[in-house]
Design a protein around this ligand. Structure first.
Ligand code: ADP
Ligand code: MG
Length: 335
């Protein structure tokens, strides 16, 4: 259903110079800075899967979702959603998907919720019988019938997000992208959203990708998880695999070298570890077995492959590591 192959996304940003003189210079020339938001990501997702996409702030989650949803064009690579390339064939594409960004509403601010829904049903050319069927499910499971005649601006955050979520399903999309759907919501609203995702998934075999900060949400909903860090997918597997990946016996380190490591040395490096992922030409994420390897010895071995600049040791309590992973703090620096 979702096919992503060697996808890259770079943003070009104007370089800002400091001071009054810098401001003046900026008026005349715009030096560009390249931001590598997503680097060489590939994955496939089958129909009916619910996949969690998690990573720290700035990791590239929203960029990925926007590319999948056809809002952004990748710098390179291939994306197919139900055999359609999102940014090329918009007309065929937009009926296949639903997308929601937690902090942004796609409903019309001053219209009553039901008027927004009616408009969406028209735009997506939904069969009136199907529309009524879906409204019935939405009312039954989300309990929003009493809100239908209120303008969106009068809804609380939780009510608004639930109405936004329901809106996605009016045209019964095959694939749904949810970017932080439950951020900042209380437990009961979160629960409602999770229950509804599960229900739509079971009823219509809808495929979901969701980004979230909430590990328990992933455990409840997702069969598979992708972890993304600095634009690179560093792990993909089941939730159980993820727990294994972060288990007590495994040590996780992020190693930065002063310079790019030559290829023959990279090969050598990867032999020292159970798993190695390159984050940047001079930066790697390694996993080693704590029971059979000593970090001190590994450090000396690595220093032969290239001059070390920095090593971060990550903790391996899963809750903690996910939190660290998000907050990028509590990381012990040893070099
Ligand atoms: P996430 O959703 O995981 O927090 P994003 O995909 O929003 O991450 O951002 C990934 C990287 O791309 C960040 O470094 C961010 O600052 C940068 N970025 C995102 N959008 C833009 C943009 N429109 N222009 C320039 N840089 C951007
Ligand atoms: Mg984001």
């Amino acid at each position: 259903m979702i096919h992503v192959k060697n996808v890259f996304k770079e943003y070009l940003q104007n370089k800002k110079r400091s001071g009054v003189l810098g401001l003046f210079k900026d008026l005349f020339s715009t030096e560009k800075r390249v931001i590598k938001a997503v680097t060489n990501i590939s994955f496939d997702i089958s129909q009916g899967e619910i996949v969690g996409y998690i990573g720290p702030n700035g990791a590239g989650k929203s960029t990925t979702i926007k590319m999948l949803a056809g809002i952004l064009t990748p710098t390179a690579g291939e994306i197919l959603i139900d055999n359609v390339t999102p940014f090329k064939d918009r007309k065929r594409f937009f009926k296949k998907i639903g997308v929601m960004f937690g902090q942004k509403s796609q409903l019309w601010w001053d219209l009553a919720v039901i008027e927004s829904y009616n408009l969406l049903a028209m735009i997506y050319d939904v069969d009136p019988k199907d529309y009524q069927e879906r409204l019935k499910i939405i009312y039954e499971y989300l309990g929003i019938e009493p809100l239908m005649h209120l303008p969106v601006r009068k809804l609380s955050l939780g009510q608004r997000v639930i109405c936004d979520l329901a809106a996605i399903f009016i045209h019964n999309p095959k694939v749904v992208f949810l970017d932080e759907p439950t951020i900042g919501l209380d437990v009961s609203v979160k629960h409602k959203i999770q229950m509804f995702i599960k229900l739509m998934n079971e009823k219509y075999s809808t495929t979901f990708i969701l980004t979230t900060h909430d590990l328990s949400e992933i455990e409840k909903l997702c069969e598979r998880v992708f972890l993304i860090d600095e634009g690179v997918i560093i792990f993909s597997g089941t939730v159980d695999d993820m727990k294994d990946y972060f288990c007590q016996e495994k040590g996780h380190i992020i190693v930065e070298f002063k310079n790019e490591v030559p290829q023959d040395q990279v090969n050598k490096l990867s032999n020292f570890f159970e798993q190695s992922v390159q984050i940047k030409p001079n930066k790697y994420r390694f996993i080693y077995n704590k029971e059979t390897e000593e970090l001190g010895k590994l450090i000396s071995k690595m220093n032969v492959c290239g001059d070390l600049k920095d090593i971060q040791v990550l903790s391996n309590n899963i809750e903690e590591i996910i939190r660290e992973f998000y907050e990028k703090k509590g990381v012990e620096k040893i070099v």
